[in-house]
Write a protein that binds this ligand. Structure first.
Ligand SMILES: [Zn+2]
Length: 420
């Protein structure tokens, strides 16, 4: 049983929080931005200081590796991302990179014997905040292993052509060329050279905190589906057209959305989550009755049967009339629940138990690079409690002790796999 160092972890948290500091407690650190390049330079500096060898692949993923006693053994990799959303916090993503660095630093400082080389890795552009989509680069690197309906959304050429949401012209490919971090394709994460992947991450929800636990042993990433729900009405003048003759698409959408909430809640599944976060209204003019409205519906649950029940409710929308408007639904995309490697989950649980940390099993509602990596090699995740369940915002917080506890669990889980 080995323990990571709180002081060293705290120093990393303070240092990395400066790169992209927005001045009110959080960061804006888009992938490959000057701020992200500062974080990468700090990673390189600290990893070279402990004798790690740095490699960079053709999509700017960085790998810092220390050797094990067996030069022929596959590497064990610990990976996450250094990019953030706009006005994000100091923990989402970077915790997993700092945790991986902390594991390597602890192994070197304590001369911990290990057979396999150990690698700390930075995934490029996980958030996709500046160059969509999210999980872009793990989608590229793991493309050959992904189910076809997911893989097609991450074609290399299309990703290189992804345009900046800020200026609408600069592409991800251009940013990659300009970054100085376009390395060699031969260094990409691959199952011949790498044995397994771990990702330490903040929970991003309130479950651990509500239960009084500090660490989550993650079992899976929830399956989900996403629909576009569309309403067709008739535009007319807001002042002259009587209410009883209107086909108001926004009124229709509002009624349907309330219906969805009522019917889905009747399923009585407290662990089911669903969200309408996007709405389009045409023509969106205050003197015109809307003739077209479209909203998104994102639904997440582990059990495909439960997702199927929700889908039936969604499909029933089309069979009804909403404020005299026609409704059409269209599936945008869907993915099954991704279960982590059972053996690795077992090692994480043993490590959590032995370290004395308060832990529980938990699922991930959010997507992570680990999820794509899991199609390529055995993979698992470890969660650290998020204060007030907040993430993707500036108040995001986990204490240095909690972050270190998560790194300690990862270290000992890695050593268990190493010794197997
Ligand atoms: Zn993240």
């Amino acid at each position: 049983m080995f323990t990571c160092d709180v002081k060293r972890m705290e120093d990393k948290i303070k240092t990395f929080s400066k790169f992209g500091d927005a001045g009110h407690g959080g960061i804006t650190r888009y992938s490959l931005s000057p701020e992200a390049l500062m974080a990468r330079a700090e990673f390189k500096k600290r990893m070279e200081a402990i004798g790690a060898v740095i490699e960079v692949d053709d999509v700017a993923n960085m790998y810092a590796t220390i050797p094990g006693s067996d030069p022929d053994a596959k590497r064990i990799v610990m990976a996450s991302h250094v990019d953030s959303v706009k006005n994000g916090g100091n923990y989402d993503g970077i915790l997993g990179v700092m945790g991986a660095m902390e594991v390597l630093e602890t192994v070197v400082a304590n001369n911990i014997p290990h057979k396999h080389p150990l690698t700390a890795m930075i995934w490029t552009n996980e958030e996709g905040s500046l160059y969509p989509p999210a999980m872009m680069v793990s989608g590229i690197v793991c493309n050959d292993y992904l189910p076809p309906q997911i893989a097609k959304n991450f074609k290399y050429e299309n990703m290189m052509a992804s345009k900046s949401v800020l200026d609408g012209t600069k592409t991800f490919g251009e940013a990659l060329e300009a970054s100085g971090y376009k390395g060699d394709k031969k260094y990409r994460l691959n199952p011949d050279q790498y044995k397994a992947m771990f990702e330490l991450h903040i929970e991003q929800g309130p479950i651990l905190e509500d239960a009084g636990n500090d660490v989550g042993v993650v079992d899976c990433v929830l399956g989900m589906f996403n629909y576009r729900i569309k309403f067709y009405g008739q535009a007319a003048h807001a002042g002259t057209f009587p209410m009883h003759k209107r086909k108001d698409a926004l009124h229709a959408a509002a009624l349907a959305l309330c219906y969805l909430h009522e019917e889905i809640d009747k399923l009585g599944r407290p662990e089911l989550v669903y969200t309408t976060g996007e709405i389009l209204c045409h023509p969106c003019v205050h003197t015109v009755i809307p003739d077209y409205v479209e909203f998104s519906l994102d639904v997440r649950h582990e059990d495909p049967k439960v997702r199927e029940q929700v889908m039936e409710i969604v499909k029933s929308l089309e069979t009804k009339e909403w404020a005299r408007c026609k409704c059409e639904i269209k599936e945008a995309w869907a993915r099954d629940t991704v279960y982590w490697d059972k053996e690795l989950v077992g090692f994480v649980e043993e490590a959590a138990k032995e370290s004395g940390v308060k832990y529980q099993h938990i699922n991930s509602g959010a997507g992570h690079d680990a999820q794509f990596a899991s199609y390529m090699m055995p993979t698992t995740m470890i969660f650290v409690v998020s204060k007030d369940g907040l993430s993707h915002c500036e108040p995001e917080y986990s204490s240095p002790e909690q972050c270190t506890a998560g790194a300690t669990v990862m270290l000992n889980a890695v050593l268990k796999l190493d010794a197997k």
